[in-house]
Design a protein around this ligand. Structure first.
Ligand SMILES: Cc1cc2nc3c(=O)[nH]c(=O)nc-3n(C[C@H](O)[C@H](O)[C@H](O)COP(=O)(O)O)c2cc1C
Length: 381
């Protein structure tokens, strides 16, 4: 049995286990995939200052966010369809997050509903990612459902006004709801272990997996067309629309996908509690600036008014520390927990995140800082 020691090991195992269409949906970017390469390079360019003979013996990765202390500055990012990677995948991610004491953000487009996730992970700190649908009444119902399930924070995704161009999904015959094509069927049949452990298990128990939070009419092929327009992501969403969400939601509000100073100031103005400086992992807008390039100016502008988180491209513990060194308070990880989930279910997700924490710890030790706060003061060489 090969031991999984780094992200590439987990990713390789995930690629062998998942159908190609699903693996590429998770793994790849958009258009020419320039943004993904830029994100990688932007992180690789950063080097840390090293202090030796500091006498430090204890190293503390804990961080405070929204008045709560977490053992590590990590949040599992919302990822649509994580429930296709493993059966009840979102519940497994929530349990892994719960064991590590970090939040798990449930996606609007998850396969397991937030109510079921809550049942299977009663202790987890659940956040809920909200896509605002064209039909606002249905959107508000969704918000209430998240509140009833005990979500502490909603994350409003602002950077996805339309479906990005991802040609490979079409080439692979990958779509949701699943539309059978010869290529798609051959792909699924070529992964018998996944087919029996995930797809067959759904088919035998709850039927063809789909978006659990979408209204019942969306779940069946016959009534889907009638509701399709209602649950389209609102492409005309604007800052003023967020006032209504602020009025309806008592918990924390985080705006995800902010990449400019002006937008971070808008977020402060509408009363958001936090932002995620995010390029959506290079999956949406291939011409987007990298979080590394914009984070310092955003921190300078609004860092004392709002909690700033970051994501995109985290593959090693040092990448987490880099976003923190630039002023982020915590980071979101998207693909990494999915590789872990594919490689080993709940334990795999737990292992890949533990690996990240170990790597953060060793970087902190080598840099010569005893805590994240000490590290952040003088981090970049
Ligand atoms: C398979 C997949 C599905 C995603 N689905 C969503 C989503 O439904 N809502 C959202 O706000 N972000 C979504 N994201 C983006 C992540 O929340 C996060 O911003 C991104 O993955 C971070 O980059 P990383 O994967 O390099 O860590 C998705 C990412 C992946 C990989």
């Amino acid at each position: 049995m090969v031991r999984l020691l780094n992200t590439e090991d987990f990713r390789t195992k995930a690629r062998k286990y998942l159908p190609k269409g699903l693996f590429e949906y998770i793994d790849r970017g958009t258009e020419a995939e320039l943004a993904m390469a830029d994100i990688r390079q932007s992180l690789d360019r950063i080097k840390f200052r090293q202090s030796v003979l500091t006498g430090n013996e204890a190293f503390d990765l804990s961080t405070t966010l929204f008045d709560q202390t977490y053992p590590a500055p990590l949040i599992i990012a919302p990822t649509a369809l994580a429930g296709l990677v493993a059966h009840a995948g979102e519940a497994k991610l929530a349990r892994a997050a719960g064991r590590l004491g970090i939040p798990f953000c449930v996606s609007t487009q998850s396969v397991t509903s937030i109510d079921d996730i809550r049942k299977s992970a009663p202790e987890a700190d659940l956040w809920f990612q909200l896509y605002v649908w064209k039909n606002r009444d249905l959107t508000w119902e969704l918000l209430e459902r998240a509140a009833r399930a005990g979500a502490t924070t909603i994350v409003i995704t602002a950077d996805t006004p339309l479906s990005p161009k991802r040609d490979y999904n079409q080439h692979n015959g990958f779509s949701v709801p699943f539309v059978p094509t010869l290529r798609g069927i051959c792909d699924v049949l070529s992964r018998p272990t996944w087919l029996s452990a995930v797809m067959m298990r759904y088919l035998i128990t709850s039927g063809m997996p789909t978006y659990a939070h979408y209204p019942a009419a969306f779940q069946t092929a016959i009534t889907r067309l009638a509701i399709a327009e209602d649950v389209k992501i609102e492409s005309g969403l604007c800052w003023d629309d967020l006032d209504e969400i602020r009025a309806r939601w008592r918990g924390n509000i985080v705006i995800k996908g902010v990449l400019s100073v002006e937008d971070s100031q808008h977020a402060v103005k509408i009363g958001a509690d936090g932002i995620v400086v995010s390029a959506h992992g290079g999956r949406n807008f291939d011409m987007a600036p990298t979080p590394v390039d914009v984070l310092p100016a955003i921190v300078e502008a609004v860092g004392d008014k709002i909690a700033i988180m970051a994501d995109s491209g985290i593959r090693r513990g040092s990448d987490v520390l880099k976003y923190l060194a630039l002023g982020g308070r915590s980071v979101l990880v998207g693909r990494l927990p999915l590789y872990g989930l594919a490689a080993g279910g709940e334990q795999g997700a737990y292992d890949v995140l533990s690996m990240l924490i170990d790597e953060m710890h060793s970087n902190l030790v080598f840099a010569g800082a005893s805590s994240l706060e000490a590290f952040k003061k003088n981090a970049i060489a």
